[in-house]
Design a protein. Sequence first.
Length: 258
Amino acid sequence: MSLFVAQRSFLDMLLETAPPGAEEGRRVYHRAYRARLLGALSETYERVWTWLGDDAFHAEARAYIEQHPSTNWTLDAYGLDFPAFLDVRFPHDPEIAELAWLDAELRQAFAAPDAETLDPAALATITNWEAVRLRLNPALRHRAVRTNAAALWRALSRGDTPPDIVYFTDQELTGLCVWKLALEPRFRTLDADEYHLVRALNTGLPFAAACETLARDHPDTDPTHRVGEWLGGWIAEGLVTGFDLDLTEAAASPLSDA
């Protein structure tokens, strides 16, 4: 038997759903493989584990393992789509998948590239905001959420009794952002308008253009008067780490001669 055939046979044995019926040695490897993957999921998704309890979490983790064998050389990369799996398994309990997403993204943010903080005084050098593109923290991850999963996560991490679940309406489109400041992953819930603007900026839109989309989508309320407050908070929190001047935008702007 060639080495490739032997390796292929061993891998097939590991991935069999039912324990192999042959010698005990093969069964040990079969169990050990799943135990390592279960351990990886338990470490990454600690708050989900606490929320679901031992029996429910282990049942879901084992179901996931059978459907999603490891495909990476490191266990650090295993289970990143476990939140999506839970979203399908618990369609009427969205807080479960959102807790899992927060668990996973905080872990990923910690390993993301570091970024310098921005001195707010640097904004005073900007003479043409039409040409400004904000640089967002490279660790930034974000998603819309339907529940107060962030509050649940905080309570679970402290060992406190979690608050009641709050379900947001589709119109509220609350957002959850994760990023890193120095070596500390952090997260915050954003209301609909602030989240709209962060998403627009994250696509690479110039600052002024992103603000215009916010004003256009809210013709009756025009929340752009809050933009300065948000920008100051983003800089203080390390969510905005710098800015660039888009010369193309500057040349097209009627303020470019200012």
